[in-house]
Design a protein around this ligand. Structure first.
Ligand SMILES: [Zn+2]
Length: 259
């Protein structure tokens, strides 16, 4: 059995939360887990599915009243919609990866009481990189399917989505001020419930950086302009993994955790 098949077998029916600050690569890691057969669940996906499949329900009408004016859908609407999505047969059979949920203590409490979470993967990313990773590298997203791209992970053809051929647009909310605000909010909210997850012993850390003394093949390190990308960390300068390197680390952590 090759490695990918082994990971598929290990993950079948498992429920995972991908957790980390804005700009830490939750979407990319979720796609890698989707690639090994977990269902990718984000609040946007659950909301759009509900609107499409159940257009006449009270929850749909309430959700739409917020979505239509671009406002954040409040907890009392979005939480039941996500929980309902998690009860779908494909989620129960294959397992799922929750991306960007829970965000608040209320959401976390409800999720832990209503579902069985096997693992929380915490993406550890130096703060310096979060700014560069969001504003310094031209983040783009697909208007049709929502896939994300940047200078680090560019599309094969400029302006065109690899996934679906849709148009790519610059993410309008990516400015230094909005990122600072998003990070502050994230840090406050996280402190209110992350310790609960840690106490359950289900949190595993997945750093995007490589310590200087750690031997890693050059091809697995992120390159920008032909140079290995270095970022500042508390401990000094560290190298950063590329997409392939992150995938290898992700698989290794999953194998170790679930064996
Ligand atoms: Zn697309």
């Amino acid at each position: 059995m090759d490695r990918k098949e082994r990971i598929k077998a290990i993950l079948k029916g498992k429920n995972i939360i991908i957790f980390g600050p804005p700009g830490s690569g939750k979407g990319a890691r979720s796609e890698e887990l989707k690639d090994v057969c977990l269902v990718h669940v984000a609040s946007g996906i659950a909301l759009r599915t509900k609107v499409r499949d159940d257009p006449d329900s009270v929850l749909t009408h309430r959700a739409l009243s917020f979505m239509k004016r671009g406002a954040l859908v409040p907890d009392d609407i979005v939480v039941p919609i996500i929980l309902e999505y998690l009860q779908k047969p494909q989620c129960i059979k294959n397992g799922y990866v929750l991306d960007g949920f829970p965000r608040t203590k209320t959401q976390c409490d409800i999720l832990l009481s209503e579902t069985n979470i096997d693992l929380v993967l915490y993406l550890v990313v130096p703060r310096d990189f979060l700014f560069f990773g969001v504003i310094g590298c031209n983040r783009l997203s697909c208007v049709s399917c929502g896939s994300g791209y940047s200078d680090f992970d560019p599309p094969k053809n400029a302006g065109v989505c690899d996934n679906c051929g849709g148009n790519l647009e610059k993410r309008v909310d990516d400015t230094a001020a909005t990122i600072e605000n998003r990070l502050k909010l994230y840090e406050e909210q996280t402190m209110s419930f992350f310790p609960d997850l840690e106490k359950k012993g289900i949190v595993k850390r997945l750093p995007i950086t490589v310590k200087n003394e750690e031997e890693i093949e050059d091809k697995y390190l992120k390159k920008l302009g032909g140079e290995v990308y270095w970022i500042k960390d508390n401990g000094g300068k560290v190298r950063m993994l590329n997409k392939e390197g992150m995938k290898r680390r992700l698989y290794a952590v999953l194998e170790e955790y679930f064996q």
